[in-house]
Design a protein around this ligand. Structure first.
Ligand code: XYL
Length: 442
């Protein structure tokens, strides 16, 4: 088959030239970092909905991009849906990305009934399965869109309408069948419309009970068909709803624990969502890691000046380093990866920009991985923490941590200390010095 893209296969070129676009400057698949090849640590994934389907619309204007596959069929046709698969797999081949991810509705048009929609979808899945066998490319995760179609205007699993709830369940069942069939490493639930727009017409308790029960039904079905991929929830605080139930990592962890779902799910954390929640990406990854619930990453970033989700390709070396620090502390992501839930900027509308954007995203995380590995090798942050918390390694602090003390014991110990005694034990936080050390590593 003739090549579909004129863009050459992307190879590692290093930093011989500093001009981007001629290949990878940092991502060197076989290079060993922290005991493993980069390609084993960094399981990159192309997002079907952006790379294949996104035409760079924004809330104020139509798409600016056309794609080479647009000529293969009418919008919304099966001909186009099937042709896109060829382009997707060549894109994976040329960029050296091993994984991809999709929503059910990214792949094929809907029919008049769920059964018709599933039949359309299965034709595309047949082709994807065949391509996966031919190329060895893998599915990082799949998911179901319970938010695009009008029927989901008030949510899917949290819809106040039982007909919609049942439809959503049917859609998830089929999506799990696909996950099993294609060996998807994880299965994602992003609750775009699982939340509320108006508190006074919403029975929040009932909706949360429903979605928790829905998740349990999904897990029961996965067990029944022998699908063992990791279930993931992707937090986002808002947009499209005013308030989403999976607001951020800690809210989602509390939800999972409230409903006894913490052994069923981990988290898929997306960079731009963390900004919308008023956090940093590394904050969210830290809290998920410490809860033992870090599952996968949607590698994108937001913009400090724009208030909505812009899904920008990652290009911030500080953020990539600090996220990779948490990632390495987690031992990587055994059943997850780095999915580029990202799109080029609206003015970067050419096909080559899609290649440049993925190269840049892979390079920034490869560079971040290398810096994070060096930080850990030199125990930079570990030493900061060791020194800062040293008073809990001996004396009263150690006795407290060992569970030997009551509140009364601590009160007796503190009773006759002066402020001068106590303040003399505080140490500088050294924030400026630590930041400069980080800069030196980068
Ligand atoms: C949109 C979300 C989705 C999920 C998958 O903000 O990031 O694209 O990643 O449904």
């Amino acid at each position: 088959m003739a090549e579909l893209f004129s863009f050459p296969k992307v190879e590692f070129v290093g930093n011989k030239s500093l001009q981007a676009g001629d290949g990878f400057h940092y991502y060197n698949a076989d290079e060993v970092v922290a005991g493993k090849k980069m390609s084993e640590w960094l399981k990159f994934s192309v997002a079907y909905w952006h790379t294949m389907d996104q035409r760079l619309v924004d809330p104020f204007g139509e798409g600016t991009a056309t794609r080479p596959w647009d000529k293969e069929g009418e919008e919304g046709s099966m001909a186009l849906a099937l042709a896109k698969v060829d382009y997707m797999f060549e894109f994976l081949e040329k960029t050296g990305v091993e994984y991809f991810a999709f929503h059910d509705r990214d792949l094929a048009p809907e029919g008049n009934t769920l059964a018709e929609t599933n039949a359309n979808l299965d034709k595309v899945i047949d082709k994807i399965e065949q391509k996966m066998q031919e190329t060895g490319k893998k599915l990082l995760w799949n998911t179901a869109s319970l938010f695009t179609n009008k029927r989901f205007l008030a949510g899917g699993a949290t819809s106040p309408f039982a007909e919609v709830f049942a439809y959503a369940a049917g859609q998830i069942k089929h999506s799990l069948d696909i996950a099993k069939r294609l060996g998807s490493e994880s299965y994602v639930f992003w609750g775009g419309r699982e939340g509320y727009d108006f508190l006074l017409n919403t029975d929040t308790k009932r909706e949360l009970d429903h979605i928790a029960a829905f998740f349990k039904l999904a897990k029961d079905y996965a067990n029944e068909i022998g699908y063992t991929g990791q279930f993931l929830i992707e937090p986002k605080p808002k947009e499209p709803t005013q308030h989403q139930y999976d607001f951020d990592a800690q809210t989602t962890i509390a939800f999972l624990k409230t409903y006894g779902l913490e052994d069923t799910f981990k988290l898929n954390l997306e960079g731009n969502h963390t900004y919308l929640a008023g956090h940093t990406y590394e904050h969210e990854v830290r809290f998920a890691r410490e809860a033992g619930l870090l599952g996968s990453l949607d590698a994108n970033m937001g913009d400090k000046l724009i208030g909505w989700d812009i899904d920008e390709f990652p290009n911030d070396i500080y953020e990539a380093t600090l996220v990779m620090y948490e990632f390495l502390k987690n031992g990587g992501l055994p059943t997850g990866g780095l999915n580029f839930d990202s799109k080029p900027r609206r003015q970067s509308f050419e096909m080559d920009d899609l290649f440049y954007a993925h190269i840049a995203g892979m390079d920034i995380y490869a560079a971040g991985l290398k810096v994070a590995a060096k930080l850990i090798e030199d125990q930079v942050i570990e030493n900061v923490l060791k020194e800062r918390y040293a008073s809990f390694d001996e004396g009263i602090g150690a006795d407290f941590e060992a569970g030997k003390l009551t509140l009364k014991d601590l009160a007796e110990y503190a009773e006759n200390k002066t402020d001068a005694d106590i303040n003399a034990t505080s140490k500088s936080g050294r924030q400026e010095q630590i930041k400069q050390t980080l800069n030196n590593y980068i």
